[in-house]
Design a protein around this ligand. Sequence first.
Ligand code: URA
Length: 232
Amino acid sequence: MKLVKHIANLGYGSRKEVTWMFREGRVTDPDGEVLYADDQVSHEAIRIDGEPLDPPSGLLLMLHKPVGYTCSTKDPGRIVYDLLPPRFRLRSPLLSTVGRLDRDTSGLLLLTDDGALLHRIVSPKSHLSKRYDATLAHDLRGNEAEVFASGTLMLESEDTPLKPATLEVRDARHASLVLTEGRYHQARRMFAAVGNHVDALHRSAIGGIDLGDLPPGEWRALGEADRARLFA
Ligand code: URA
C-alpha cells in the first residue's frame, strides 16, 4: 500500500493532509532522514514527528471500561472511544468494540479492526467464556448455581432457554458468573430471574484473557501471545 494511504488509514489525517506531512518533512525514518511519499519502507521504519506509527491494521486491544461510558460512537455522553487516542476513531478499517458492555458495567472490553476476528470472538460457535463479577443487592438463596447450570432457565420475553452457566459464589453478596453466550443484559436479567438485583457488574475475563491489573480507563494493544490465550 502507498505510504500516504497507509498513514491516512491510521487516522493521521486525510490523504491531502498526510501528503503535506511528507512535504513538511515530518515523516522520517528512525534516524531522522526525511521520507518521501513514494519511498518503499516498512511500517516499523516510519516515524511521524519522531514518534513510531500507531499499530497497523489487525489491531486488537483491551480496555478497562469504567462505569459511565457507553460502547457507542453516537451517544452524546461519555463513550469508550474517549479513552483511546483521538486518531483511533478515524482509522480505516474502523475500530469496533467486540460486543458491548452496559453503561453501568465496568471491566474488560476488547476492540478490533479485524472483522474476521471480531466475528470469531462473538460467534456462539466459539463458546468463548466471559466472566462477570457481580455484587448483589440481596443475599444469595443457595440454589442459584444449580438454576444457572440447568440449561433450562428462560429469561422474560425470550423463547429459548439459556445455555448452562457457571456461578462461583464468593460470599452471600458476591459471585462470579461465567457465560458462553451474550444476550441482552444477560447477567443482570439472570440474577433478576432468581429474585435478586445486581448492584455492580464487572467483566473480569474473556476466554483466557483477564483484565489483570490494568487500571480503569487504561488500554493496551494485545499481541500474538494474548490472541492465542483468548481462544485457549
Ligand atoms: N450482562 C449484563 O447484564 N450487562 C453487561 O454489560 C454484560 C453482561
